[in-house]
Design a protein around this ligand. Sequence first.
Ligand code: CA
Length: 224
Amino acid sequence: MNTRGTVVLIEDEESIADLIRMYFEQEGFRLVHAPNGEQGLDAVRDRDPRVVLLDLGLPGIDGVEVCRRIRAFSDVPVIMLTARDSEIDKIVGLEIGADDYVTKPFSPRELVARVRAVLRRSEEAPRAPSILEVDGWEIDSGRREVRSAAGDVVRPTAREFDLLWYLAENGGLVLSRSQILEAVWGYEYFGETRTVDVHIRQLRKKLEGLPIETVWGVGYRLGP
Ligand code: CA
């Protein structure tokens, strides 16, 4: 029985798709595979999946564009599958609204763990709305927006906001990348903490002047 819900996989390489299908079906997901962006978008529209796994390098519409188009009609969590670590740098600047990135080759087991983590988080009860203040900035968990001292309003993506909230809740403390991964993404440290750096970079770009400090060799710290 498929009790965990549907995952849409948009991936042009059959061998990777077969491997992912095997693991996800073992875990009780229904896996819908689309070999290109067009069919992938249709599948996301028609099947109402709980998670989308999206390859970056696709024939026709590439993964970046597919992610953008998904975001135009859906908030479904999207995990990007990228061929190289360096591709993450390229796509991060595009602010396409992906929730997570996994670099190939990845272990299917890790991918399953990430999907489960995404689902756990989306099922958690929403926290009571409140506002944290950092150096003149207001971080508003009710509206999920950030206001600068000058009154500018910024709405980060869901994941960026959760990351910022975690840093703010622990304001002034140095947090390691693996600590952040576990708290915000909900999975154990798999050796890939790059996702954290990517999302920090996005936050810095969107919230220029917010004091997010890099603590060399350790992680990050928010606060003056
Ligand atoms: Ca590909």
